[in-house]
Design a binder for this molecule. Sequence first.
Ligand code: OVM
Length: 403
Amino acid sequence: MTTVTSAEPTPVSGADPFSAEILEDPLPFQIALRAAGPVVYLERYDVYAMGRYQEVHAALTDWQTFQSAAGVGLSNFRKEKPWRTPSLLLEADPPHHDAPRAVLTKVLGPRELRGLAAAWAADAESLVNELLSAGNEFDAVTDLAAAFPLRVFPDAVGIPQEGRENLLPYGDHAFNTFGPPNELVAKGEPRIAELMASISGMCGRDALTPDGFGAQIWAAADRGDITHSQAPLIVRSLLTAGVDTTVNGIAAVLFAFASHPEQWTRLRSDPSLVRIAFDEAVRLESPVQTFFRTTTRDIEIGGTLIPEGKKILMFLGSANRDPLRWENPNDFDLTRDPSGHVGFGFGIHQCVGQHVARMEAATVLGVLAKRVESFELIGKTRRHHNNTLRAWESLPVRVKPVS
Ligand code: OVM
């Protein structure tokens, strides 16, 4: 038997982090979570939670103890049937995880991406041209943060035109399903069959152009690096994980600059800061707020014994604002080194598409920095609620173009 001597009982919270109130503004809850202790029991869901950087980082690194194969949502795949065939990456651990991971690491690596840079820059220029010629006011979410990834990413994967309008609704639902079966999940259920059919139909070899990420995944199957039955599911991972995340990552950095005009001036005077700016915005906003892990053994953390088989909610967004790790954590500051943030996760599951995300963001910001002298929020900003994503519905802005 394991004996645990703890000075304090495990802190308990009755809060619902997936409630509309906390999704609208998670920061007060995160402050309370970090203050309560390194591990907090969320009685509403019978799960544990971590909100401090040190423990979140350590748990993400220890994939042997904190597994992903039982699902990274609240639902435990050991007990409940998953709503879709589990992801071969996100919802797998070594050894099964290794081959799919190695394939995507190469396909989405910086070397492979270099060939896309010029075309993406031209796409960003034409998009910004279209926006500025239509006037100086637009919605930074729909007109830019969503428009740019949708212009470049589906082409980069090589999927057909037909059904692209399903990418965001499918992703929104997929990210909702990591949370509890609340009204956000219910809202997506009527369209599941239709959306799954549409997305799955894009993952077959015949649906894909011959030179995109999708075709490269199928080529890896031909080489024997993965099996042919794995290939379509790995393409599906790109379509699930690669759209809503980048849209909200780009929205995050645009919001940060719109609300910190002095940082925009700084970026314009040193455009090499675009990459720091994006990672700092990912740290600050954490577009992916949370993921669960499941314990594979009894483990003691900070005086709390977490039994084997329990779900633990990792608050990436809270870790990224932990004052024990970050100086002035709530500031958007381009002089900071944001590396080490857990906005892309950490360890063996760390976002395999992060170079794609960074290149998309850097391309948009680079063009904007040349064309826009300043920009400001006008009117009401509106959040989009999702069980996993910190998302925007609308960011109305006015820009002053460079004359
Ligand atoms: C996947 C997947 C889905 C959602 C998120 C994600 C953030 C991966 O299907 O592999 O990573």
